[in-house]
Write a new protein. Structure first.
Length: 253
């Protein structure tokens, strides 16, 4: 079974056109399907990395990315020196990224990053805008996921700095590692990089216009798409969460 070649898929949320599925996504889909069908039951040990690489005809780095995603989704656990074991036949509704769950991250981000974007729109300096614009241009050119993820977290830190309140930056700094893990997961499994770049550009444009309302709305939209993609990946549907202005957010699913 050769999963090393990418495939075309059109079921990723909000993708305007079908996109190419990476080898990692193909491996993840195959292994997740096998677990959910019961081919690997709860308590079973997955074949060794060497054996899975041989069967699926993929490299070890690709396989390890897929195994990490399975663990993030709550399907498996890795035990040092023993291997990878199945612990659930269905993905958890609330995956964990580092020290924080996805729902905890999103709750904090709605109540911090949305108003921060508004403050940044009216408080940012020309230097802040230059920094964000340059960073966005680098992100739009970047093809390496690891480098892009690092710039993604830096982007959000820079927006917080532009709000001219050091407490905001401290909050984002505290969750920076979790944000990076979540960003990598969404890019690896949900193919969100191009969409995220467009969302980031909308935020920068709002800051350039010094429009508090547009900046707030752009950040709200960005976080809504993060939640929607997560919900689709884990296969659950969440009720729309209230936004900071008391209105209902986008429907998840």
């Amino acid at each position: 079974m050769n999963l090393s070649d990418s495939q075309t898929a059109g079921d990723i949320p909000s993708a305007p056109v079908p996109r190419r599925v990476s080898a990692m996504e193909a491996v993840l889909s195959h292994l997740r399907g096998a677990i959910e069908r019961g081919d690997y039951a709860v308590g079973d040990k997955l074949p060794s990395e060497a054996e899975l690489c041989r069967r699926l005809e993929v490299s070890r780095p690709v396989l390890r990315e897929a195994l990490r995603a399975l663990q993030t989704m709550g399907l498996t656990v890795s035990r040092t020196g023993k291997g990878t074991f199945v612990v659930s036949d269905g993905a958890v509704a609330d995956p964990t990224f580092g020290d924080y769950t996805a729902s905890d991250l999103l709750e904090v981000r709605r109540h911090v990053e949305v108003p921060v974007a508004g403050y940044a729109a009216v408080r940012r300096t020309p230097e802040d805008l230059d920094h964000l614009t340059h960073l966005l241009e680098r992100m739009e050119r970047e093809t390496d996921t690891t480098a892009w993820v690092a710039m993604d977290t830096l982007f959000h830190l820079t927006v917080a700095e532009a709000a001219r309140n050091p407490v905001f930056r401290r909050v984002i700094e505290e969750i920076r590692d979790a944000l990076a893990r979540q960003s990598a997961f969404l890019n690896d499994v949900g193919g969100r990089r191009e969409q995220a770049n467009r969302e980031h550009r909308a935020i920068v444009e709002a800051l350039a216009d010094s429009s508090e309302q547009d900046a707030v709305e752009a950040m709200q939209h960005h976080l809504a798409r993060v939640e929607s993609t997560l919900s689709t990946i884990v296969g659950t549907a969440h009720r729309a969460a209230p936004t900071t202005d008391g209105t209902e957010g986008e429907e998840r699913g």
